[in-house]
Design a protein around this ligand. Sequence first.
Ligand SMILES: Cc1ncc(COP(=O)(O)O)c(C=O)c1O
Length: 375
Amino acid sequence: MSEVHFDKEKGSQIKLFTPGPVEVPERVLNELSKPNDTHRSKPYSEMHQMAVEGLQKILFTKNECLLFTSSATGIMEACVRNLIKDDEKALFMSIGDFGNRWHKIGIANGKISSKKEIEWGTAVKSDILQEELSKDKYSVIFLQSCETSTGVYNPIDELVPIIKDYGALACIDATSSMAGIKIEVDKLGIDVCLASVQKCFALPPGLAVASVSDAAIEKTTQVKNRGLYFDFSELQKKNKVNQSPNTPPIPQIRAMVAQLDYILNQEGLENRFKRHAQLGKRTRIWARELNLEMFPEKGYESDTVSTIKNTLDIDVKEMLKLLLAKGYRIVNGYGSLVDKTFRIGHMGEITVRDLEKMLIALSDILAKLQLEKLS
Ligand SMILES: Cc1ncc(COP(=O)(O)O)c(C=O)c1O
């Protein structure tokens, strides 16, 4: 194990500019090591309630916010199992790998699942969605806010109201944007808004969260074979008394409560959104200055992850290796975009100053690799 990457005493010393998991601040890590009472105790219930109320503020919602002992994919599957009846059709609007993954989950669970895949790098537009919805009767529509593979941010403020006009349930995978980009769940009418917490929340992996509307909870009562562990109605019943049906990851919930308090009462939610917007903008300016093109179409770039085209035709793997040697990790393109793109995650607790330092190191490496190509 390399000393740069792994320190037995201090843990990893690499600065992560990744689209998750991201760096967890020490104050949060300290919370993980504190002793806890059991999950059937009053202190746990108080903590659970604080977690739910904090999430409701982050998502601007009065909807039930549920805690899942899983990563985001668990809730993606839960949406499919809880909300689609056997004789109903569901539509997956895909703009990349994570959209495709949700569709695969639909198929894997035996649901009637249609997919509309849109050219990677572009966002779902209102007219495309409207056209799809007018073709057939769909009961649930699934889409990402931020598609982490392409770095595109869908215009959910326009799309969700259209879904509601058609009387369908709207499920939004906000895994790489929740707590980094504003999502107004109640104003838009989002039925399920889900995320894992190892991204914009800057928490360790192992916990996922979702707001679930009354209409979605009600729908579960009509759906057969929805399983037990991720049954929304079972989770909601226990949530009402600030409990969880099974043993929850208590240390992670403690850490989340501390981080929610930091986000809401110290940094401030609007400041957090503004910082992420600045991080996105700074990364895009840097890319432009180096003649690197963004993969997403203009105007739809995410402020939490930048997917950048390899327009300089550099050896991406070598670039990542050299940057790692300087103590920073960014990542290659996802799936079929490997080597054709690379991604810089700027989510969680990263500051513009942190980003600036990493970009200086990355610029040096790019200059070196370009020079080598000339010789
Ligand atoms: C948009 C999106 N959806 C789903 C996932 C899967 O999340 P998890 O690994 O927490 O299951 C990811 C992970 O990167 C993601 O970015």
